[in-house]
Design a protein around this ligand. Structure first.
Ligand SMILES: *[C@@H]1O[C@H](CO)[C@@H](O)[C@H](O)[C@H]1NC(C)=O
Length: 291
């Protein structure tokens, strides 16, 4: 192995990854609610009820869903945190089968916004995540903006221009990562969020608590890509993870548990759509090995 590990690399990793981890947790909250906002209806969350059933009545594979309320909870509405996050994520799935970077980042930005008020740990994390998102935004709005409209365009351009890192090699300065690599980090955090949200939404009463479920999701989605130090930090962050009830409340305040679970499941579904498409596009271009 000719790769020289620089002594400062773990620290950089730490600084970069921790926020993503905590971030992902936040995503969970967010996504939980936003899911409801979309699921086939694009923007107007209230106007998209097929067949006149309640917007909240989501078909669910797992677990009974009572959905006693017919009104859509505010968390899924245009001004709800989740609604505001899920709309741009949904919009990033463009008709050509590509992923629009601007809406994708807008989704992340809403997520960060959601995280910030959640406590000091999250405030720290969201600041870091903000940095990562900002780095990619700088490219999307920078002098080469024409090449950063979508994932496909960005990957092609960065490859042509020789901007891609060699597989597995972290850039010296994370702030100067290629756009493709930055996206990959966000992509993995998105996966984690999606898995957590789904598990929190569908977890059985009396089953493993939300922290354990999301910690497992971390082990599946992010842990393998993180150095030891970051994994330990993540483990600590999970100790402060809210319980399921609290999570559902944060995701969708003022509704019943059934509604909050339904909203969360829909949010997870939206994230899964975005994740699946991004994953396919990155894989086709051999970009999953970038970091
Ligand atoms: C995402 O991809 C997985 C694996 O290919 C598939 O099982 C799943 O149904 C997909 N999810 C969505 C929402 O399309």
């Amino acid at each position: 192995m000719g790769v020289a590990v620089r002594p400062t690399a773990p620290r950089r990793w730490f600084r970069l990854s921790i926020p993503l981890v905590i971030f992902a947790l936040l995503l969970l909250y967010l996504s939980a609610r936003s899911l409801g906002a979309r699921s086939g209806c694009g923007l107007g969350a209230q106007a998209c009820v097929p067949g006149g059933t309640a917007p909240f009545q989501v078909r669910q594979e797992s677990g009974p869903l009572e959905a006693p309320e017919r009104k859509e909870p505010p968390c899924l509405g245009p001004r709800g945190m989740l609604g505001r996050m899920m709309r741009p994520f949904h919009a990033s799935l463009n008709p050509e089968g590509d992923v629009g970077l601007s809406p994708y980042l807008a989704g992340w930005r809403a997520l960060v916004e959601f995280l910030t008020p959640l406590g000091s740990v999250f405030a720290f994390a969201s600041r870091e995540a903000f940095t990562t998102v900002t780095a990619l935004e700088a490219r999307v709005h920078g002098p080469d903006a024409e090449h950063y409209l979508s994932l496909v365009a960005m990957a092609a351009w960065e490859r042509r221009a020789g901007l891609l890192e060699r597989p597995g090699e972290a850039p010296r300065d994370p702030a100067r990562s290629s756009g493709s690599r930055t996206l990959l980090l966000l992509h993995r955090a998105l996966r984690w969020s999606q898995l957590c949200l789904h598990r929190v939404a569908t977890g059985a009463l009396g089953g493993p608590d939300a922290g354990a479920q999301c910690s497992d999701a971390y082990g599946a989605a992010l842990g393998p890509h993180h150095p030891w130090l970051v994994r330990q930090a993540a483990r600590l962050a999970f100790l402060a993870f809210p319980g399921r009830r609290r999570l559902l409340e944060l995701a969708c305040p003022g509704t019943t548990e059934a509604e909050a679970r339904a909203a969360l499941a829909r949010a997870a579904g939206t994230l899964e759509d975005v994740y699946n498409r991004t994953q396919g596009l990155l894989a086709e271009r051999s970009l999953l090995q970038l970091a």
